[in-house]
Design a protein around this ligand. Structure first.
Ligand code: CUA
Length: 329
């Protein structure tokens, strides 16, 4: 029986230096949202202070009136306040806030107008797939690699239920709704790794539907894309070769694709460059040999309810399969 390493959440989530801030955006959209949130909080606070101030002034004034005095005549009982505070002020405040929000929404929807890099992101219970169109399509799972400073258009779709795509440090949340394609334009301003997660309850493993966005300098991104376009690294050892046969001869290849082999399954994540990923099972556990073994032999032990069936492999088959999978850089 293989023991699993601690079921740590996505490594960065535990690291305080990697705390996700909604206001410290690292992308154009996040900056627009941060500005919008700051503006609304300040506007709301000013209105609140004004109302409380007027309320206090009224209380103080009432206390100063001589007790038992005659009430003021009808037309002096503050009709002006109703017009100013009840109609004019809300009209002005709401118009200004709405105008500011309209500008933000327009900027979020249109980006900076440059020709974007298009990436198709598909969600399904419970992982993410990203596809880059090109001479050879590149498909990754649970990681989206983007170049820094370049506009990106993400086309978001779901294969089953409603999911919601959110990378707080880069952009706003966008729902992925069955039967329609939503889009998200964004641009990341700093290289780094950004956490993303599903924000719409989509079933038992909703909380373990995570991904990461890796933002690379342009030259590094181009190198990554060229490598990712290539087929899987062929097995280098006899054990890995045996592992490839195990993969192709078992149910694995019915659900997973590995470029350069006959495996063409599209139900589960593409495994062509599996070994290059930091995490497996949509950000649930680190990509180590022990976790991979646990995942293949008992996926429900790591992610109860997951749609991947248990692997029925002998110890020898499992070891060979791991040798093969660990070589898929
Ligand atoms: Cu997908 Cu929640």
């Amino acid at each position: 029986m293989i023991r699993l390493k601690a079921l740590a959440p996505l490594a960065h989530a535990e690291d305080p230096s990697h705390a996700v801030s909604l206001l410290g955006g690292k992308g154009d959209n996040a900056e627009i949202l941060g500005r919008e949130i700051t503006f609304q909080v300040i506007a709301g606070s000013l209105v609140f202070l004004l109302v409380i101030g007027i309320l206090l002034a009224i209380v103080v004034r009432q206390r100063r009136l001589p007790a038992g005095g005659e009430p003021p005549p009808e037309d002096e009982r503050g009709h002006g306040w109703i017009w100013a505070g009840g109609i004019a002020m809300p009209l002005v405040v709401i118009s200004v806030v709405a105008a500011f929000a309209a500008v933000s929404i327009h900027q979020l929807a249109h980006g900076d107008g440059g020709k974007p890099l298009t990436v198709d992101v598909t969600s399904q219970r419970w992982f993410w797939q990203a596809t880059y169109a090109g001479d050879n399509d590149v498909t990754t799972a649970n990681e989206i690699v983007l170049p820094v400073g370049r506009p990106v258009l993400l086309r978001l779709e779901t294969r089953d239920v409603i999911h919601s795509f959110w990378v707080p440090e880069l952009a706003q949340k966008v729902d992925m709704v069955p039967g329609r394609r939503n889009s998200l334009r964004l641009s990341a301003n700093e290289p780094g790794t950004y956490l993303g997660r599903c924000m719409e309850f989509c079933g038992i493993q909703h909380a373990n539907m995570r991904f990461e966005v890796r933002v690379l300098p342009p030259a590094t991104f181009d190198r990554w894309l060229r490598h990712a376009e290539g087929p899987a690294v062929p097995p280098a050892t006899p054990a890995a070769h045996r592992g490839e046969q195990v993969f192709l001869g078992s149910t694995c290849s019915a659900c997973h694709a590995i470029e350069g082999t006959p495996a063409r399954g599209s139900v589960g994540p593409d495994l062509t460059h599996l070994a290059a990923r930091e995490m497996i099972a949509a950000g649930t556990v680190p990509n180590t040999r022990a976790n991979l073994a646990g995942w293949v032999s008992d996926p429900h032990g790591i992610k109860p309810g997951v749609l991947m069936p248990e692997g029925e492999l002998s110890g020898e088959q499992l070891r060979a399969l791991l040798d093969y999978l660990e070589g898929l850089r």
